[in-house]
Design a protein around this ligand. Structure first.
Ligand SMILES: [Ca+2]
Length: 111
């Protein structure tokens, strides 16, 4: 499913532009845009509702479900902030490679 959503060219460019800290802030902003305000996490419904914000309005339900399943590390059916950031990094292998320490640092400070 990873090739359905291609962030590879996009994310490293963002990191270059925003810097590591700015990029993490953007990710967190993205999470807040996509999450269900009541549950405090990204659910199928909130993701569907906000896909257009990511330019992914053409994603079908199966892909949305896959993305959620892929990212839902603790199995509660939604993505919390950490799961979302982790998923975004996993969808961008180039970024993952170049910024592994960035991610680890960010996760440590967020938690
Ligand atoms: Ca979860």
């Amino acid at each position: 499913m990873a090739d359905a959503i291609v962030f590879e060219d996009f994310f490293p460019a963002m990191v270059d532009k925003l810097g590591a800290e700015g990029f993490m802030k953007e990710l967190c902003n993205g999470f807040r845009l996509l999450m269900d305000g009541e549950k405090g996490m990204i659910t199928f419904e909130s993701l569907k509702r906000n896909l257009a914000l990511l330019g992914l309005q053409d994603m079908d339900d199966d892909e949305v479900v896959c993305m959620l399943r892929e990212g839902d590390l603790n199995g509660d059916g939604g993505l919390d902030e950490m799961e979302f950031c982790t998923l975004m990094f996993r969808l961008s292998p180039a970024l993952m490679k170049s910024s592994k320490s960035l991610l680890e640092e960010a996760l440590v400070t967020e938690v």
